[in-house]
Write a protein that binds this ligand. Structure first.
Ligand code: C5P
Length: 302
């Protein structure tokens, strides 16, 4: 009897993103505090007894074997081939993916889809890998994918694949705005010069506050990639200015952009800015932070 579950794949924001320097392998060393948020894609995962892995998506351009979600399923099944009797258990899956997180927006949508498939199938197929092994597999798919194996609030280092869970950060309302432009991640990193590299002071300050259970120090939220993106893509800087004019006290970019976020402690303030931004024709979302235990509860239980 096939099992069929609906699972949300939450987006993330970078509360901080410090780029420390370029590595010999072409990637950059990072220090970042990442946080899952309530904006999410929805996956329906239906196991099957044949060998087939399929993925249907409501966004036609993402209906491809290159999509990270079916690739995650193939990767996990390759580990079954190593360890399990091929005649045992279910080894196929039909994935249906309803996109809500804008693709290539700096919110980790594709990465979250992939990690969610890994974690859900690890239970449904009975692969039984531990979190550390799932994070290793996730790193093969992309730098951001390991974070989403657990989600919540985490300190990220290396090229993004080294994940240390933190206590839950202060719960916040968030307004997101997506400027009308595509920003390729690779190009943003390649445009950095050594003068852009900084230390991890902002990330350290935010981590210390989170570990102390203190309110998030909004003034220390920072993203090394922002200046270059604001300069190269005036649409992003214009959206930031429009959000400030709509009343957002603080606006930051998530990841390599272009999506911007504004954090709020009170729903009333967030809702007022959201309403003004919408009336101005901006593409906006009003959402909230999601802690790791909520991410865990949203997935199939072992
Ligand atoms: O790992 P992922 O495929 O998500 O990264 C996309 C691109 O972003 C990489 O090809 C690389 O150019 C850049 N990148 C980087 N340093 C990182 C992460 C990504 O230079 N830590």
């Amino acid at each position: 009897m096939p099992t069929s579950v609906f699972v949300p794949a939450f987006a993330k924001i970078n509360l901080t993103l410090s780029v420390l320097g370029r590595r010999p392998d072409g990637y950059h060393d990072l220090a970042s505090v990442m946080q899952t948020i309530s904006l999410h894609d929805t996956l329906r995962i239906t196991t099957g007894s044949d060998e087939e892995i399929t993925c249907d998506c409501d966004a036609p351009e993402l209906r491809s074997p290159e999509n990270l979600a079916p690739r995650a399923a193939h990767l996990l099944r390759a580990t079954m081939d190593e360890t399990m009797d091929e005649t045992m258990g279910e080894r196929g899956v039909a994935i249906e993916l309803r996109k809500e997180i804008p693709a290539q927006g700096g919110l980790g949508g594709g990465s979250s889809d992939a990690a969610t498939v890994l974690v859900a199938l690890n239970t449904l197929w009975g692969t039984g890998h531990r979190v550390a092994r799932l994070e290793e597999l996730a790193a093969v798919l992309g730098s951001d994918v390991p974070f989403f194996v657990r989600g919540g609030t985490c300190l990220i280092s290396g090229r993004g694949e080294v994940v240390a869970p933190l206590p839950e950060a202060e719960p916040l309302w968030l307004m997101l705005a997506k400027p009308p432009v595509r920003v390729p991640t690779g190009a943003v990193f390649r445009a950095l010069t050594p003068t852009d590299y900084g230390d991890d002071g902002a990330t350290d300050a935010v981590v210390r506050a989170i570990r102390a259970g203190a309110p998030l120090p909004f003034a220390r939220l920072a993203n090394t990639l922002e200046a270059g993106v604001f300069h190269a893509y005036p649409e992003v800087a214009a959206t930031r200015d429009a959000l400030r004019e709509a009343g957002a006290p603080l606006v930051r970019m998530s990841g390599s952009g272009p999506t911007l976020y504004a954090p709020f402690r009170r729903l009333g303030e967030a809702a007022a800015v959201y309403a003004r931004a919408r009336a101005d024709g901006m593409t906006v979302w009003l959402c909230r932070t999601v802690p790791a235990d909520e991410v865990a509860r949203s997935r199939p239980a072992v």
